[in-house]
Design a protein around this ligand. Structure first.
Ligand code: ATP
Ligand code: MG
Length: 380
């Protein structure tokens, strides 16, 4: 019987398993390694993962995405209130002050808890892993952000329980990444030697986590971990706001006035953002029949994005500097800086790493799968 490691991300989940001395990432029913953290309801059916994400634009009210930060929090919590600014489905306060997610399902309106929604997603991961591995799955290790409180951890454990998964342990995403790094390094110092200090920067969809870790053969020690709730989605939001202002003057259209249009804009700017990571030239934005049958056109380049996101990058700089300070390491004592998380592909983040740590960032571990693979290793 296999134990799976689950990276429950705000945008997507990855599942890995320890097998025959190595670690394998498990593909879902679409043969993709990333399963969108998305749960949708239509009529009497529940759609999960890739299929749920694919129908989001035509079923906004009943497609639940980005619910990781609702777990274990009260509705009035500032983090929840902040999430609601970009949430396209119905979220409300339940009588006990907790978060309720209202959807149309089975011919009536139903209110689910974030734990229930998370459980539906975990069930999907379990089913996909079961069919891929051709064995029953009960046990898992789930990774959580290092900043998750006890209440958030408890809520995730409850979700695993509802999904029929026996969560052997919750481990911090930072620890999982470090475990994954250490596992493949044959040349770590002996236990009595000076340790190798590595900094990990995980810049994801909803948060950045920076950690400093000391490695010796068979041993790892977390020296410091800092974080901030700033992620790739904030870059998307900045870009969307930029184009919104432009379209309001140029076309007299406000993308915020229509949720579907705003989602289309967000989807397009995310694509642009990814292109900007590889390309510093001017890139076009064209959306046909955007609103009121109007086709919209514009363009943007990397430097414009960097200017728009100055405040976000300042926060990222602060998190990195705090980790360096907390770790009490001098720059000479840092062996390397490893980057993980989708948003760590943004060149400005790599530049910040060079500025602060005086080293080019390394990608010796898989940027997208490191966390889930570390989770799988924990129970190997
Ligand atoms: P979290 O860790 O916050 O829970 P997550 O683990 O789901 O979220 P990741 O999968 O690490 O997040 O990263 C997703 C983010 O990475 C998205 O915002 C996506 O737009 C961004 N991203 C992916 N590829 C690129 C790229 N080439 N350039 C810039 N951003 C990218
Ligand atoms: Mg992540």
């Amino acid at each position: 019987m296999s134990v799976i490691g689950i990276d429950f991300g705000n945008e997507s989940c990855y599942v890995a398993v320890a097998k025959a001395g190595g670690i394998e990432t498990i593909a879902n029913d679409y043969s993709l390694r990333a399963t969108p953290s998305c749960v949708a309801f239509t009529g009497n059916t529940r759609t999960l993962g890739v299929a749920a994400k694919n129908q989001q634009v035509t079923n906004l009210r009943n497609t639940v995405c980005g619910f990781k930060h609702f777990l274990g929090r009260k509705f009035k919590d500032p983090v929840v209130q902040n999430e609601l600014q970009s949430t396209l489905y119905r979220v409300e306060e339940r009588p006990d002050g907790s978060v309720g997610i209202r959807v149309d399902y089975m011919g009536e309106e139903q209110v689910f808890t974030p734990e229930q929604i998370t459980a539906m997603l975990l069930t999907k991961l379990k089913v996909d892993a079961t069919s891929e591995l051709k064995t029953q799955i009960y046990d898992c290790v789930i990774t959580v952000p290092s900043y998750f409180t006890n209440a958030e951890r408890k809520a995730l454990l409850d979700a695993a329980g509802i999904a029929g998964l026996n969560c052997l342990r919750l481990i911090n995403e930072t620890t999982a990444t470090a475990l994954n790094y250490g596992f493949y390094k044959q040349d770590l110092p002996e236990p009595e030697e000076k340790s190798r200090n590595v900094v990990f920067v995980d810049f994801g969809h909803s948060a950045i986590q920076v950690s400093a870790c000391a490695f010796n053969k068979g041993k790892l020690k977390m020296l410091a971990a800092t974080s901030d709730l700033v992620g790739g989605r904030d870059v998307d939001m900045m870009l969307a706001e930029h184009f919104r202002k432009e379209f309001m003057t140029k076309y007299k259209l406000d993308p915020r006035s229509n949720k579907k249009s705003f989602l289309r804009l967000l989807t397009e700017v995310e694509k642009l953002k990814k292109q900007m990571s590889a390309n510093s030239t001017k890139l076009p934005l064209n959306i046909e029949c955007f609103m009121n049958d109007v086709d919209v056109q514009s363009s943007i380049q990397r430097v414009d994005m960097e200017e728009l996101c100055k405040n976000l990058f300042q926060r990222i700089e602060d998190v990195m500097k705090r980790c360096l300070r907390d770790s009490k390491l001098t720059l000479d004592e840092i062996h390397s800086v490893e980057i993980v998380g989708g948003s760590s592909r943004i060149p400005a983040v790599k530049h910040l790493i060079e500025q602060i740590f005086g080293k080019t960032s390394s990608t010796t571990i898989n940027q997208d799968e490191a966390v889930s693979r570390g989770g799988a290793l924990q129970c190997a």
